[in-house]
Design a protein around this ligand. Structure first.
Ligand code: C2E
Ligand code: MG
Ligand code: MG
Ligand code: MG
Length: 276
């Protein structure tokens, strides 16, 4: 009900709050100054190794807390950032932040973990993308295998271009994953054509595991195809123990979702996973 809704608004952060900005132009204007005003931060979501319940990797998810309108969902502002080109500056900021954490954690003697960052199509296809990654790894002296680049099928529009960027990334030694796998329109042939390391099964398939036999069949097929191609496979959006059981039964290697952990601020992740 509206009343309950209002109450939860009052008491909790609502990261999924919508329509906080009266229009997109105003959102863009605020987004333009988000870095300068320190409004951006990164949350990390642990990825669970389903074989031994260990956590050796995290996904970086951008958060925007606007001084005037509060939290804005990435689902709302990422498309604006992409359309306006602001995603380049924001994306560069994320690469820098994540590499900076890695350097700091290494210095403190924390165990090595991989961090995955989401890359928008415009950022991926920007001329110097791989060079930017290389330069930032060098700036903070970070091992490339500690960085993962998540792209979606929508980044792979041009075969030659995609091949050349992914080859550059491969040569650097960073990991590459396909996010939201199964929701795009690409032909599966890209899986043999491009140097890809990881497939992330989209959460929409996981959500209905028990209610829908077709989803089960699709997930099983994705897992077995990944194994046969020598790719790592990770399931997104795990919320229920029954989903974990299904995924383990079918040898899915990794899982990510609220069942295990919501994305958390970096300081909380450090306290929980690194400082003993
Ligand atoms: P994504 O990369 O597929 O990220 C997964 C989304 O699912 C995240 O939403 C995460 O918080 C959410 N999630 C994780 N576990 C669960 C679960 O168990 N159940 C449900 N229902 N959701 C879960 P978030 O953080 O709101 O991000 C939404 C999308 O925005 C991301 O989807 C990604 O496409 C984009 N995004 C987020 N951060 C960045 C970024 O730094 N750069 C770019 N380019 N895009 C980003
Ligand atoms: Mg992602
Ligand atoms: Mg996804
Ligand atoms: Mg997505």
């Amino acid at each position: 009900s509206v009343k309950e809704h209002g109450r939860s608004h009052f008491r909790y952060y609502r990261e999924d709050m919508t329509n906080v900005f009266p229009n997109e132009a105003l959102m863009e204007a605020h987004l333009r100054r988000a870095i300068e005003f320190n409004e951006l931060s990164i949350h990390l979501q642990p990825q669970m190794d389903l074989n031994n319940n260990s956590i050796n990797s995290f996904e970086a998810l951008l958060r925007w807390n606007n001084r005037k309108f509060g939290f804005v969902s990435p689902a709302q502002f990422i498309p604006i950032a992409e359309a306006s080109g602001l995603i380049i500056e924001i994306g560069d900021w994320i690469i820098d932040e994540v590499c900076r954490y890695q350097k700091e954690w290494h210095k403190k003697g924390y165990r090595p973990v991989r961090i995955a960052i989401n890359i928008s199509p415009k950022q991926f296809r920007k001329e110097n993308f791989a060079r930017k990654i290389k330069a930032t790894l060098k700036k903070y002296n970070v091992s490339p295998e500690l960085l993962e680049v998540e792209i979606t099928e929508s980044s792979m529009t041009n075969v030659h271009e995609t091949f050349s960027i992914l080859t550059e990334l491969k040569q650097l030694g960073v990991f590459v994953s396909v996010d939201d796998f199964g929701t795009g329109y690409s032909s599966l042939s890209y899986l043999k054509r491009y140097p890809i390391d990881i497939i992330k099964i989209d959460q929409s398939f996981i959500a209905d595991i028990e209610k829908d036999d077709k989803n089960e069949a699709i997930i099983k097929a994705i897992i077995s195809m990944s194994h046969n191609l020598g790719l790592e496979v990770i399931a997104e959006g795990i919320e229920e123990p029954s989903q974990v059981a299904f995924l383990k039964r079918h040898q899915c290697q990794k899982g990510q979702g609220y069942f295990y952990n919501k994305p958390l601020p970096v300081e909380s992740i450090v306290k929980k996973y690194f400082v003993s």
